[in-house]
Design a protein around this ligand. Structure first.
Ligand code: DQA
Length: 137
């Protein structure tokens, strides 16, 4: 089973960025643990700070992979382009967020992505990604 985790802007700074919100683990460390714990899955990871690159990646994997776990970060709240890309592909997408976006600023309460995804996992810290992964098993 081929599953990709796609992370949007500023998530390359996990571990350093607002640790009180996002924790102190880097995504690379967390991803290595996931790979070790789910050896039966062909798990890959992509991160970009650029909206168009995220759309390119969604299109590239969106007809071949079994699942996409997507944290579009700030683009969640702004990007019709990413929402349309999710609509255009056949691979199911799970939207994840590390923080509970509904307990934060009101601009984080809107997601352009949510209507087009299979499910949403929000607010379980880094564990949100693992919960999404388990939903495909
Ligand atoms: C986030 C929540 C977004 O509102 C924010 O812009 C992020 C990270 C999360 O995982 O909690 O960058 O997607």
């Amino acid at each position: 089973m081929k599953i990709i985790i796609i992370n949007g802007p500023n998530l390359n700074l996990l571990g350093k960025r607002e640790p009180e919100v996002y924790g102190t683990t880097t995504f690379e460390e967390y991803f290595k643990d996931l790979q070790d714990n789910y050896k039966s899955i062909e798990l890959s990871y992509y991160q970009s700070n650029i909206e168009g690159e995220l759309i390119d990646k969604i299109q590239e994997v969106g007809f071949s992979h079994h699942a996409i776990i997507l944290n579009a970060a700030a683009y969640t709240h702004t990007s019709i382009g990413i929402a349309d890309a999710i609509k255009a592909i056949t691979t199911p997408v799970i939207e994840v967020h590390i923080s509970n976006t509904f307990s934060r600023e009101s601009f984080r309460h809107q997601s352009y992505i949510s209507p087009n995804v299979q499910g949403i996992i929000i607010g379980f810290g880094m564990k949100s990604y693992e919960l999404a992964l388990q939903s495909f098993l």
